[in-house]
Design a protein around this ligand. Sequence first.
Ligand SMILES: Cc1ncc(COP(=O)(O)O)c(C=O)c1O
Length: 393
Amino acid sequence: MPGYELMGREELAEIQDVFDHGAVLFRHGFDALRQGRYKVKDFEAAMAARLGVPHALAVSSGTAALRVALAGLGLGAGDEVITQAFTFVATVEAIIESRATPVCAEVDATLNMDPVDLARRITPRTKAVIVVHMLGTPARLPEIQALCDAHGLALIEDTAWGLGGALHGRPLGTWGAAGTLSFDFAKTLTTGEGGMVVCRDPDVWARCAAWHDHGHENNPALPRWEDSRSSSGFNFRMGELAGAVGLAQLRKLDGIVGAQRAHRDRLWAAIADLPGVSARAVPAGAYETADALVFFVPDADAARRSRAALLAHGLATKILPEATRWHFAGTWTHMPELVRAHGGDLRAAFPQSSRWLARAVAMPVGVSLADDAPQRARAALSEALALDLPAAA
Ligand SMILES: Cc1ncc(COP(=O)(O)O)c(C=O)c1O
């Protein structure tokens, strides 16, 4: 889970550096006052280097990153954008905000986008796909990318949960036309609120950069008040304090993901043999961020009992099974655009996703794990699944 567990002196030192050098909290300008301190720009450069892409643009949230990426790729009214039925509302909200039509594809046993269902939902109006690496497990990117290439669709990776993960050695977020990151307080790295768009194409980056800043092109030959512009835009800028925190957090990324993976493995080793427990499917070649340990139990009742038993043993669940209301498109009857796109009945629109999600359980995994957490997880699930088993070694 998250960078907030490691929030400390390093973040404070980066913030202090801003205050010791002019306290300029705006990402642009005030060059004499700030004495060379550009934390947002440095954070962008460090992230681009970490992910091996030429361009990164810091923004005010992961939701803003999605909105800005859609703008940068020129998506809008009349375009259909397909995402997946298991994601956070933000993914669909960004499509609606862009005035494009949101369509959701089913998820499969990976709990990420099912490429077979994606293929079925592509129409002549489809212009882009937003794939989501839910809870840190890579989506089936090779199949999805092949479909996008075959149909000329822009691939966007919502990497809110996937930063630090990879597939076949290639970092998540860098497979498609753009990747988006979130640094909200629950994510692997946090700046409180914040996000980023990463991409390879300099023109996409330039359009994103302008659009997130009222259309400003930041023409170096002109003062900001006379700046050139070619599009409208909005304000989704990141401020310098968030950039400072992000710089310090990014240095901790490998340590966070390494710890999570080790803890996820310990938890899984303690419960993997329990009858009725089965693993979430993971694509070959995946390097997961292990933000959560996700597994299936026999049915929805067992999932609810598992959550109750885990809580009773001082442990927790994360999103599954308790928070599908915010993460499953089948419940988003408050979004008329989505309801319309799916023929007026969202509950019937995603039977396959419904089935997988109903019996899924996700346990949060953090940078620290109590020594006895694996045994407690085993005891809790044995109770929930009414098993009479020996304790884990
Ligand atoms: C899959 C996904 N996309 C986008 C977001 C939005 O990120 P933010 O909270 O930074 O706006 C989230 C946040 O939880 C998310 O889970």
